[in-house]
Design a protein around this ligand. Sequence first.
Ligand code: UD1
Length: 307
Amino acid sequence: MYLVTGGAGFIGSHVVEELVSRGEQVRVVDSLVTGRRDNLAHVPGVDLLVGDLADPAVADRATLGVDYVVHLAAIPSVPRSIAEPIATNHANVTGTLSLLVAAQRHAVTRVVFASSSSIYGNAATLPKQEDMPPAPLSPYALQKLIGEQYGKLFYELHGLETVAVRYFNVFGPRQDPSSPYSGVISVFARCLAEHRQPTIYGDGEQTRDFTYVRNVVDGTLRACTAPRAAGQVINVSCGGRISLNALYRIMREQTGSDLEPRFTDPRIGDVRDSQADITRARELLGYVPLVSLEEGLRLTMAWFETQ
Ligand code: UD1
């Protein structure tokens, strides 16, 4: 059985959907703070446990009888972590530690932890390679780094197999555009669907390795079973990079819009450039990105237009 923590969230619901389509048995634990029941409404037969993973009793119930854990539960936002360092630390660090303790107790086969490219900070060279020294610029980045290191420690101390997959700016259907902390593609997509002007923070020349959600689902599920992945940190993304200005131009062309963006001050804690080296994912997971940026944007826009 698979446990997907944060399975009612954006990425989690896609992981659950894929596992169910493969005939796997799936349990979800979700606090429903950022996740939504509706995200799983179309997936049959999922056992949903609502609770805070940082509570040891919840983590204990969630991991009982589980073989693989995909640990996505988190409050995933750089600016929100700056505004709310204690609440995000609770979700992202205490939640992870509590899960690892329970997974060890129930002799789970492997825990795959969703980590973040934000750990690299403004590392001087691109693309970013897993062995580069971490340089967190926000509580979120530091919390994800601590999560990775707790995972590694539990592997070394207790033999609990853990893998950290570092995601880079994931986007796709069901990403929530409605909070001030929402991912930029969901925000742009909603603006375009509603014919409203989007805002770009800074000059728009910052770059990101935007990755369609199906790619990270594939990489993450490979990490659950790949023989040589235990104890590793692995970038999972597309391996490209594009500026926000260029991204917005593609989205605008795809939708036939002529809306110009509004520019405002840069956001504090923002990384300038982000691009992954995905050699390790290819070697250890047999991973190759399945969906290109352009195709992913088309699929995402099509979904936002139905909302
Ligand atoms: C970061 C992490 C990512 C992590 C995510 C969680 C990096 C490189 N990436 O993404 O791994 O999973 O946080 O939230 O650190 N922007 C606008 N207009 C908007 C919204 C955003 O211009 O309306 C800009 C931001 O200032 C930023 C870029 O778009 O430069 C991307 O922002 P966002 O989608 O929030 O993700 P990151 O902070 O890059």
